[in-house]
Design a protein around this ligand. Structure first.
Ligand code: PAF
Length: 287
């Protein structure tokens, strides 16, 4: 069913102007930050925002500052017309899609750095990535001034880092974390799945299989993280010669490793299938 097309906004000044009446009359403003190439995972965030807010803004912006020099910034999928249709179907009111010059023109010199939480997992393999994410998200928060903002659990470290930033900088909004949406066979939805060949798409499932194997052995009573990490790595190795950036059990709050698992544990992994880097995670309560 085609929905009403959202209003497309390209400039910060227009975005602020559009939000003014809602802020003035106490409407609840929801923001879903995205880099576009919207899939069912994003749609679940948009739906949740629609159900909880009076006005819903989606940002569509492939943020250059969160990509490393050898990463996939140039080939990251860009498809604004399709994204506008999808936003229309999900009842989004405004799509904010600025150009790079609008976001970073004027000789910007500020980067937001969250310390400890960014030092492990993706932070080790993507230096500077979370500084770029925090900076653009802080800018989006200041531009749209949402009451609620929506992120996917699929990017578990991103969510943990952004929650820390919001707490540390006293940003007056609430972060809502929505469950990971998976394909029928369990592969976590990601805009990067589009880069996989048919063969690689089948192989990519080994990441979710590994995390599930980790969860199964925890449920069976094994709580030593080195054993669980080894079991998860074996599942990926058995599937093919894929580089594993990391695949490990960590404390869900601190993202630090712990030898004897306790409390809420995050099983998190990042592997490379050919040139495509995929991430996924599962939360497990260890009693
Ligand atoms: O999760 C993403 O798509 C991006 O990291 C975000 C939060 C939109 C910032 O560019």
């Amino acid at each position: 069913m085609p929905g009403k097309q959202p209003v497309l906004i390209r400039t910060i000044a227009e975005m602020r102007q559009a939000m003014k009446p809602y802020k003035a009359n106490g409407s609840r403003v929801g923001l879903v930050p995205t880099m576009g190439a919207l899939h069912a995972g994003h749609a679940s965030l948009l739906k949740r925002a629609r159900s909880e807010c009076n006005v819903v803004v989606a940002s569509v912006y492939v943020n250059p500052t969160q990509f490393g020099p050898n990463e996939d910034f140039n080939k990251y999928p860009r498809q604004l017309p399709l994204d506008l249709d999808r936003c229309g179907r999900e009842g989004v009111d405004y799509v904010f899609a600025p150009a790079d010059a609008e976001m970073y023109g004027g000789g910007t010199q500020t980067l937001i750095h969250v310390a400890k939480l960014t030092e492990r997992l993706c932070g080790t393999f993507r230096p500077g990535h979370f500084d770029g994410v925090c900076t653009v998200v802080a800018k989006l928060f200041n531009i749209v001034q949402p009451d609620l903002t929506y992120f996917g659990q699929k990017d578990a470290q991103q969510v943990t880092v952004l929650k820390r930033m919001v707490a540390d900088l006293n940003v007056p909004l609430q972060i809502v974390v929505c469950p990971t949406i998976r394909e029928g066979d369990g592969l976590a939805m990601s805009s990067r799945n589009a880069f996989l060949s048919v063969e690689q798409r089948k192989q990519a499932l080994c990441l979710y299989n590994a995390l599930q194997a980790g969860r199964n052995v925890i449920v069976q009573g094994i709580k030593t993280s080195s054993r669980i990490n080894a079991i998860m790595r074996d599942v990926v190795l058995a599937a093919g010669p894929f580089a594993t950036d990391y695949l490990e059990a960590v404390d869900a709050q601190t993202l630090q490793p712990m030898e004897e698992l306790a409390g809420t544990v995050l099983l998190a992994g990042a592997i490379r299938i050919g040139a495509t880097r995929l991430i996924d995670n599962l939360l497990v309560d260890v009693t």
